[in-house]
Write a protein that binds this ligand. Sequence first.
Ligand SMILES: *Cc1c(COP(=O)(O)O)cnc(C)c1O
Length: 374
Amino acid sequence: MMVSSLVELGVDLAALAHNYRELRGRCDPQVRFLAVVKADAYGHGLLPAARRLAAAGVDYLGVGSLEEGLALRQAGLTLPVLLLVGIVPGEAEAAVAANLEVMLFRRDVAESLTAAARNQGKKARVHLKVDTGMGRLGILPQEALEFLSGLREHRELEVLGLCSHLAVAEIEDKTYTLKQLKEFTDLLAAARGQGFKLKLSHIANSAALWELREAHLGLVRPGIMLYGSPPAPHRPPPVQLQPVMSLTSQVLQVKRLPPGSAISYGGTYLTRDWCDLAVIPVGYCHGYSRLLSNRGEMLLKGRRVPIRGRVCMNLTMVEVTGIPEVKEGEPVTLLGADGGDRISADELADWAQTISYEIYCALGSANPRHYSGA
Ligand SMILES: *Cc1c(COP(=O)(O)O)cnc(C)c1O
């Protein structure tokens, strides 16, 4: 049964594949490519995104939870999968059984993985996570060699490499990023000096992929650029990215309000003149942030129309004064292109005081998705 919906979230899988090819083209051929599909592929849908990226040729997938990793396996995807936030001990058996690789930063997890691998007669593959300055997950560099040595007797554990995450790679000043990178490569050299092979080490997110080739190492781990947005909104990368997600709806009611009319909860907008208003059946329950109240814009008949008053749970009002013949049922674009104009995730993010990443997660998790370009 088709679910009819006044709100349509589009996902263009051909654009996703295009972005992959653009990014792949920025890397040397021997560099492996891990597509980050955590958080339901940044709201684009884990399985459709992962399948399309696998078909396009990515080498690895990165997910945010054991559940996501298992879902990939149940869908029949056989690519290497890395659990980017690691696991807790109780998840070790399932992770090993499904051949999921784990970012490791806890000794108890190393023990559990070793035990699980022994039980199942398999190897458990891990990537040792080092905190080189992100101040988030990972062991500190000065503790890493000791941690690694402690794993020597864990024969069932295969440490594929070291990994770390960059905190400010998207800004123009690369001082801090290069410091992180040096900390990382120094540690890698020291570990190799002690006989650890560490054949697959990695640190590069989207920003480092396009701006810091020396950070590519054995593997790159981009996310946001696959979905068509630059990591830094005001510095467009030198690759042709295509937006993947769009959000459209239609006018539910049009009406003309007299001067001095209050619009929406709180009466935060008062009309000065006669005002043609269109009511759009999208609100914050659809992931369309209430922070867009009196700030955001939509596209209607290829023109920008401003939001008037507060965004409600299911409804938002835009002013269409001066646009001829706006009818009920008229298509409206909240994210994406109409005519020659486009509203990007970065623009929505700017109005809503956030980043494109959160816009994608919010819209993607709240709306039924319609796929094209599979
Ligand atoms: C989310 C994430 C990435 C991808 O970051 P982007 O900025 O989206 O490219 C890479 N590595 C790790 C560990 C992550 O959590």
